[in-house]
Write a protein that binds this ligand. Sequence first.
Ligand SMILES: NC(=O)C1=CN([C@@H]2O[C@H](COP(=O)(O)OP(=O)(O)OC[C@H]3O[C@@H](n4cnc5c(N)ncnc54)[C@H](O)[C@@H]3O)[C@@H](O)[C@H]2O)C=CC1
Ligand SMILES: CCCCCC(=O)/C=C/C=C\C/C=C\C/C=C\CCCC(=O)O
Length: 459
Amino acid sequence: MPEMNGKVAIITGGADGVGEALADDFLNRQAKGVYIIDINEKQGQETLNSLKDKHGAGRIQFRKCDVRYTDLLEGAFKDCLGQYGQLDIVCNNAGILNEYTRKLMIDINLTAVIEGTYLAVKYMGTQNGGKGGVVVNTASRVGLSPYKLAAVYAASKHGIVGFTRSVAFEPDVLSNEVRVVAICPTIIDTNMVSITLEKGTKYIKEFKQDIAVKPMLKTAIRNTDVGQGSSIRCYVCQGVGHRAAQCPSRVTDVNHDNGEQCLQCGAIGHVAKFCHRGRHRGQERKSVKPSTTTGAAAVPKMIEKDHLLLASGEQLKVVNGACMEQSGVVEDRTLPVSQGKVGDTVVTMLRDTECNGIIVKKSLEIDTPYLRGMVEALCVQDPIYDLIVGNVPGARPPDDPDPVWNMSEAVTTRAQEEIWLSDVTSTVVRLIEDGSANGTTRLIRVGKDPVDVCPPNIE
Ligand SMILES: NC(=O)C1=CN([C@@H]2O[C@H](COP(=O)(O)OP(=O)(O)OC[C@H]3O[C@@H](n4cnc5c(N)ncnc54)[C@H](O)[C@@H]3O)[C@@H](O)[C@H]2O)C=CC1
Ligand SMILES: CCCCCC(=O)/C=C/C=C\C/C=C\C/C=C\CCCC(=O)O
């Protein structure tokens, strides 16, 4: 984690839970000042005192404020600037989950986040005398996919995600050198959970059932029992106190003296993910051969929990969320998911250590004088043109491009990119060229090397 030497942060909803943990973390990482805003004065004072005890007075301030009142929120921004003379980070984190108070929830969870973002631009922006900065909006996993037990909460979080993705590229925001990002955590063991289970929804029983099968994340500050005080959680085994790279469950893979054959270079003794020879040489995939599990034997019969049951009776561990969602198991958002760019388009990406290549979504939206809309695309390492439109259904003949097609409109259309990007799970499906005559067959990998290459007809 980068250090925060000399930075000043505002954190709304910082008296408790996630916000309090953020405050503690920023102070641990040498922030110059953390300015907590919260409606709960008692909890705010308690947190102020405990953080002062831990980090020393002077670096932490608390101000009682209801984020729904933008003028009061602005007053707090001004006060923070008055106290520290600078502002670098704004965490719009305050939120509630109460499906009975729908308007209130939207006001706090969404409207206040929007207003807080624009205040941040106003007070941190380079065109307004600031040095630029970062806005971190707390959304949720349910801002990325539906959650039937808390529809309005999910709507508020989807709103944050949509707003953040859009405002981040607003010209005024870019020119003010303010970055805007959102975080989408899964369930975290905070007061919000107990309050929700007490009075936030009528689906208490279902919520409890959900919690029973979901690993809850812990905030660092309230749970010093986690991995000897560590809040690090491994996304491979869900254990605490180590990262995935050091995960004990991977050690046998690292030793890799198990007779397995590498899909990348063909050598025995390591699997492709540990291959150093084939790295960054995508064309070598042409030599990839489907493994011993081929033909009908490899047809996925069904997905059970985290296993893919092949017709052969073999069980493969499913490592991607796409398959887990098909099985009705909602994927775990503790995977290393972040934003990235494909061309000009912001995409959600997964850093998948089980995969040796680059994967792009198999259906893309294109807008050209010859073909428009959603298309199935083959992913090739170095095509001679970025986009090649072949004789697919709907493609216009070479001598008949759309006479009214207009480049600038197409650019605008592409800017409305989120639609085809919103299905995060598709990004983890792996496409491999199989070296067949026409070179267009897609093989989709759903398990670990080397026994998991499915035949071409599997979707
Ligand atoms: N706990 C969880 O499982 C998850 C929580 N989140 C989000 O994280 C954020 C923080 O939640 P938690 O720390 O879990 O909850 P929490 O209840 O522990 O903390 C929320 C804080 O926001 C404050 N707050 C509420 N309304 C406010 C208002 N009108 N003005 C100012 N402050 C107000 C509360 O007083 C409280 O201190 C929320 O936006 C929540 O939706 C996201 C994903 C998972
Ligand atoms: C509504 C759950 C969304 C994920 C976490 C969140 O944003 C806020 C949760 C606050 C309280 C939830 C109380 C019970 C939730 C029970 C199960 C959630 C399962 C979430 C999931 O990842 O599917």
